[in-house]
Write a protein that binds this ligand. Structure first.
Ligand code: CMP
Length: 241
């Protein structure tokens, strides 16, 4: 669990939806997007704000549906995904603790642009649309925070377009592995479970193809499997980019 939201497990013993307004205010304060807000603006968000816990595989917002809330992810990871009429899916992003989602349809009043689905057990705060829009109206800092979030997503989408257009499948897989890794004591490691199927949906290839690529990368010493599904990435992996 993210350090930022430490203390959540203590509250969880109370069960879903039982977080007090005091605790909700405490967690809202720790969300980077809301750092600049005054006490009264935090109060405005906290009213009607609900805490929700979901197990793995639950759809939190569904592509094409109308929007009612902005969500803050307190713990766990969730994927942002789009699918076509035949059920083929592409993963646009993986979100982690402290990140927000559901802002796009609140801003332009269009249906949800994508689905957000939990990859593991997750805790969220759901802020009602009207409360969020009222605070947005009052705070330039929050507007800038949302814009920063949108710009970050645009940059990442640009990178993805470049990756899909210019790199072969080895390069695309290498980029997903590098983007999902952390530097720990000089070693670059993918810590979170990254199933082949998930990589396939991120790079627009079949699971079989991704399995072949991963085997190739392993046998040529670009990556090495570690305990608990973690993967060690060797420096030369970046040669694929
Ligand atoms: P909204 O359209 O309301 O519902 C789906 C949400 O997924 C969307 O708001 C964003 O918060 C999020 N989202 C959509 N596209 C991306 C993307 N490319 N990267 C990260 N998050 C996204």
């Amino acid at each position: 669990m993210s350090q930022r939201f430490a203390g959540l497990s203590r509250l969880k013993t109370g069960g879903e939806g039982t977080m007090s307004t005091y605790d909700i205010r405490l967690f809202l304060r720790r969300v980077p997007l809301f750092y600049s807000l005054s006490e009264s603006q935090i109060d405005m968000l906290a009213v009607g704000c609900a805490w929700r816990s979901f197990s793995r595989g639950r759809t939190i917002v569904a592509e094409g549906e109308p929007s009612q809330s902005l969500y803050i992810l307190l713990s766990g990871r969730a994927k942002v995904q789009r699918s076509d009429s035949e059920g083929k899916e592409v993963i646009l992003a993986v979100l982690g603790a402290g990140e927000f989602f559901g802002e796009m349809s609140l801003i332009d009043d269009e249906p949800r642009s994508a689905s957000v689905i939990t990859l593991e057990s997750c805790d969220f705060l759901a802020i009602p649309k009207d409360n969020f829009l009222s605070v947005l109206n009052q705070s330039t800092e929050i507007c800038l925070g949302v814009m920063r979030g949108l710009v970050k997503r645009l940059r990442s989408a640009d990178r993805k377009i470049e990756t899909l257009a210019l790199l072969d499948v080895y390069g695309r897989v290498a980029r997903v592995l590098l983007d999902s890794s952390e530097l720990t004591e000089g070693n670059r490691i993918v810590r979170n479970r990254l199933p082949r199927q998930q990589i396939a949906k991120m790079v627009g290839a079949s699971r079989e193809m991704v399995s072949r690529v991963m085997k190739g990368l392993e046998s040529e010493g670009f990556i090495a499997p570690m305990d608990e599904g973690q993967i060690l990435l060797r420096e030369k992996l970046s040669l694929y980019l």
